[in-house]
Design a protein around this ligand. Structure first.
Ligand code: NIG
Ligand code: FE
Length: 402
């Protein structure tokens, strides 16, 4: 197997405490920063890392000229497979309209009407944007089909791009079931689940005001778990509610949004080891309040950051933007935000092989056009990622023109 040596790394952020000893706070130490470092890749894995001066010989040598290298971002919450766009809804929100989730049916109609080839091409295009901004792992939910056939179709497409697929038949009750909620829950836990479970790793429910209530959510998650899926949950985005309690009760990997939490919710998440996935892009684009990240971190909850990429609340593919928002708007330190975007995302997906740069881990990382990871938050909007490596290779970054 041929080996590639990357050297001239001004700052190598490993997210591996074994390399800790960084300055000041424990989040800084947890970044495990090595300066003047080198990295050897063999096949899809990291084979060696350490000081450049003691790097072993390799078949190919690439000098990164003092740039910083960080683990590839793990975007653990997206709704990438959809058709159409909702810019008019965004403009209305910027003029003062609240977000209610009502626009989801607009996207459902466009998605049902789209061809599979068009949906696939659009998903690929969004993934190309993500790769260009340093993302190496993406979770993709269904949720814009809301029939057994359409939900399955979205998961088939998602599956072509990632093993981290999530069945979200319980996104909203579609218009045609408006007066028959129980029948829709029956579909989601019956025929639709049977069609989708073989294509998904996870089950998710939008448990919030205007979406699914506590009893419905419990029933849907239980059915998914019985079908072999792992639970995760949208909750506490629009209003206080049962999301955090349910996430803890059913052993969810993650509760996503977390804007409206009580102290008891925070403690329940911590005690049940549920990752709190924060989606500042959604709060930014809905002009909603941000979650209290400091309260979660100070209580000892593991925090992840993700884009929530979707056409309604967050048409965002950039994890560096989410890091910048987390630092500026949610008072996370740059170290906390970078950890949440890498290791935190890996924990939210229960993946030990991702989110850090370590011997034996997948060779997934982003080379920054910057001397330090601080530039992720310090230069918002700049094309800060010079190169993205996924499983030991540089994926093609050309944008699909379809
Ligand atoms: O995570 N909150 C529910 N679902 C998405 C929004 C979906 C939409 O508006 O199309 C979210 O924000
Ligand atoms: Fe979402």
């Amino acid at each position: 197997m041929s080996a590639t040596l990357l050297t001239g790394i001004g700052e190598l952020v490993t997210c591996d405490e074994a390399w800790g000893g960084g300055p000041a706070s424990s989040a800084d130490a947890a970044l495990g920063i090595l300066r003047n470092a080198a990295l050897v890749i063999e096949g899809t894995r990291v084979a060696w890392l350490g000081p450049a001066a003691s790097a072993p010989a390799a078949d190919t040598r690439i000098d990164l000229g003092g740039r910083a290298v960080v683990p590839g971002f793990v975007d653990s919450h997206t709704h990438l497979v959809f058709a159409g766009e909702r810019s008019a809804e965004f403009a209305a929100r910027m003029a003062g309209e609240p977000y209610t989730g009502g626009g989801i049916m607009t996207t459902v109609a466009a998605t049902r009407a789209a061809s599979t080839d068009d949906l696939r091409a659009h998903t690929r295009r969004l993934l190309a944007e993500m790769t260009a901004s340093g993302t190496t792992t993406v979770e993709i939910k269904s949720g814009y089909g809301l029939t057994a056939e359409d939900e399955r179709r979205l998961l088939e497409i998602a599956r072509e791009f990632t093993p981290e697929t999530t069945y979200l038949g319980a996104h909203v009750v579609p218009a045609e079931y408006a007066n028959e909620r129980a029948a829709y829950v029956g579909l989601v836990t019956g025929e639709m689940l049977r069609a989708c479970a073989p294509l998904a790793r996870w089950i998710d429910v939008f448990c919030d005001e205007g979406a699914f209530d506590e009893a419905e959510t419990r029933r849907i998650l239980s059915a998914g778990i019985a079908a072999g899926l792992l639970p995760r949950l949208h909750g506490n985005q629009l209003a206080p509610g049962p999301g955090a309690r349910l996430a803890a009760e059913c052993g969810a990997a993650s509760l996503d949004h977390c804007v409206h939490l009580t102290d008891a919710d925070v403690h329940a998440l911590r005690d049940a080891h549920v990752v709190a996935t924060l989606l500042p892009g959604a709060d930014f684009c809905t002009r909603g309040p941000y979650p209290d990240a400091r309260r979660l971190l100070d209580a000892g909850v593991t925090v992840a950051l993700a884009t929530d990429c979707n056409p309604g609340t967050a048409y965002i593919t950039s994890m560096p933007l989410c890091i910048a928002l987390a630092v500026r708007e949610m008072r996370m330190s740059p170290a906390e935000a970078l950890l949440a975007a890498t290791l935190g995302g890996a924990r939210a997906l229960r993946r030990d092989d991702l989110g850090r740069i370590a011997e034996g881990a997948s060779a997934d990382f982003a080379v920054l056009d910057a001397p330090t990871h601080l530039h992720l938050a310090y230069r918002p909007g700049a094309p800060i990622v010079a190169a993205t490596w996924k499983a030991g290779e540089r994926p093609k970054r050309e944008r699909a023109l379809v």
